[in-house]
Design a protein around this ligand. Structure first.
Ligand code: FES
Length: 214
């Protein structure tokens, strides 16, 4: 399957607005990993989506207005990465398959904050092994907690010294698992932030508001 076969269109909309920006979204993250395996680069980010245009509500989003994201076309094993989706920051939405969810309960991983004890990094509802409201859907702010680069998705097999797959920060090498938890010994001091969010439906999430589940 080519990467194009797995690309979809989802949408991101300022919550409460009718305008809608189409975004060219995700490829299967394991396909990205496969691409990396045959290439010379050990870490390749997920397909970088783009907003086809900015609506007037972009300013409202930059000011921190809630943002509604439709991830209905996302399947297990895929990640959606809307750029500048909320407060000018990228939001990662990962649809983890069963194996990925199970791997996050592995207590043998060497993580800096495995139990999400730093209350600054996630709402209370995300203080669990998947750091999410729904185990299969992970939602993270895609900004490295070291100096603010945007991490890329990687598979564990693409790192000779990797203990887990997840996200790799290309700037100084920090690694995060699929729940956004940083490994020990890396420059990033904290796990990737979990934004406040609520599910408006099974496949629509509002970033920037809390309360309510699908
Ligand atoms: S900015 Fe990510 S490791 Fe430095």
């Amino acid at each position: 399957m080519s990467s194009d076969d797995a690309s979809h269109e989802n949408s991101v909309t300022a919550a409460g607005d009718d305008d809608q920006n189409k975004i060219n979204t995700s490829r299967r993250y394991f396909l990205i990993g496969a691409t990396a395996a045959v290439g010379s680069v050990g870490a390749v980010g997920v397909a970088v989506p783009f907003l086809s245009y900015w609506s007037p509500s972009a300013k409202a989003r930059a000011m921190g207005a809630p943002v509604k994201i439709d991830f209905s076309k996302l399947s297990p094993g895929e990640m959606l990465s809307p750029i500048q989706a909320w407060r000018g920051k990228p939001i990662f939405i990962v649809y983890r398959d069963e194996a990925a969810v199970a791997s996050l309960a592995d207590q043998s991983l060497d993580l800096a904050d495995p139990n999400s004890d730093n209350p600054e990094q996630q709402p209370e509802f995300a203080k669990n092994p998947t750091r999410s409201m729904r185990p299969e859907i992970g939602i993270y702010v895609g900004i490295c907690t070291h100096l603010g680069c945007s991490p890329k998705y990687v598979e564990a097999d693409n790192f000779a010294d990797s203990r887990f797959g997840g996200f790799f920060c290309p700037c100084h090498g920090s690694k995060f698992d699929l729940a956004g938890r940083v490994g020990t010994g890396y420059p990033a001091p904290d796990n990737l932030p979990v934004p406040p969010y609520r599910f408006e439906s099974d496949t629509v999430v509002v970033i920037g508001e809390e309360g309510g589940t699908a």
